[in-house]
Design a binder for this molecule. Structure first.
Ligand code: C5P
Length: 310
């Protein structure tokens, strides 16, 4: 009996030399910057949820040492600076496993758009390699690698709607997630995260208020009511770094009554809706105001894990 089981598990392991992962993006519904930390990063308090817009990764064991990354988007870097490569190397080092992999990335999430595409890809790489190497999902080697690769990566290893604290490494389930739709406006340009934080530090009237998790976090009624209460402390700084983003925002904010927020450090802007038809109708009205090639898309805001096996 034990022999049979062993043989069966060997066959399963043998077959698992390739895995396909879906890496969904995120939005920051709210983001408070609480101050600068001794390590130079900023202490955050942010409400994050996955969205149903994703990249796709196929990870294969290969015969050649190292990591070969291919991407359908020629604009995406495929060298060691890509977060996928950094994640793979970090896990290989932490777990003491030899890296012999090929990764194919189908890139759909915008780069530098505040939707966490690069971080989602990194987390999908960690979880995919963990599955191929037989590392348990809860193993601390994964959390350590995620934290090393980037501030947003720990969120993507987690379970869904979350409150992020610290530099991004403390991920707690959100007590009352948003279950609805977001209309996204994705400008053709990205915004550099480091420059936005630097502008936040330099600004005199930066918001440095209490964490968002005040009593209202649990008592909002609907998308409109919630939207009224959301804040992103990085918004003025991002508009300073990229004035075109501020111009787009002033064109669409309060259009047909909808409040428009920024995700992360930009450049994606979004408005929240309780149902898809209202979100689509609003985005149709945005089409008349926003030109210059911004991407417009309605996405479901999810409460389920951002990374999954496809
Ligand atoms: O960690 P990650 O590489 O994603 O961060 C990119 C940049 O954003 C950092 O170099 C830093 O300038 C800034 N950042 C920060 N505080 C955070 C997250 C990011 O200052 N909590």
């Amino acid at each position: 009996m034990a022999g049979n089981l062993f043989a069966r598990s060997l066959r399963v392991t043998d077959r698992l030399d390739r895995i396909r992962m879906l890496a969904r993006g995120k939005i920051n519904l709210s983001l408070r910057v609480l101050g600068r930390r001794p390590d130079g990063y900023h202490a955050l308090d942010s409400w994050m949820q996955p969205i149903d817009w994703c990249d796709e990764l196929t990870i294969r064991m290969s015969d050649s040492p190292g990591i070969l990354l291919k991407c359908d988007d020629r604009g995406a870097p495929t060298g060691p600076e890509n977060l996928i490569c950094r994640a793979a190397r970090a896990l290989s080092k932490g777990a003491g496993r030899e890296l012999q992999v090929e990764i194919e990335l189908v890139k759909r999430l915008p780069m530098g758009g505040g939707l966490g595409g690069g971080s989602a890809d990194a987390a999908a790489t960690l979880l995919g390699l963990a599955a191929l190497w037989g590392i348990a999902r809860g193993d601390s080697v994964l959390a350590n690698a995620a934290e090393f690769v980037g501030s947003d990566v720990p969120f993507f290893l987690g379970g869904g709607a979350a409150i992020i604290r610290g530099r991004g490494e403390r991920v707690e389930p959100h007590p009352r997630p948003f279950d609805g739709w977001a209309a996204l406006i994705v400008p053709q340009f990205g915004v550099d995260t480091g420059s936005v934080y630097a502008a936040w530090r330099a600004s005199l009237n930066r918001g440095q208020g209490p964490p968002y998790l005040e009593p209202w976090a649990n008592v909002w009624r609907d998308a409109e009511d919630l939207s009224l209460r959301l804040t992103n402390d990085l918004t003025p700084a991002a508009f300073e770094v990229e004035p075109r983003l501020g111009q787009i925002h002033s064109g669409v904010h309060m259009l047909n009554g909808a409040r428009v927020h920024m995700s992360g450090s930009g450049s994606t802007l979004f408005a929240l809706f309780d149902d898809e038809p209202t979100a689509l109708a609003w985005l149709a009205s945005v089409r008349n105001v926003v030109h210059a090639g911004a991407g417009l898309r309605v996405v479901r805001v999810l409460t389920t894990p951002p990374i999954s096996v496809s």
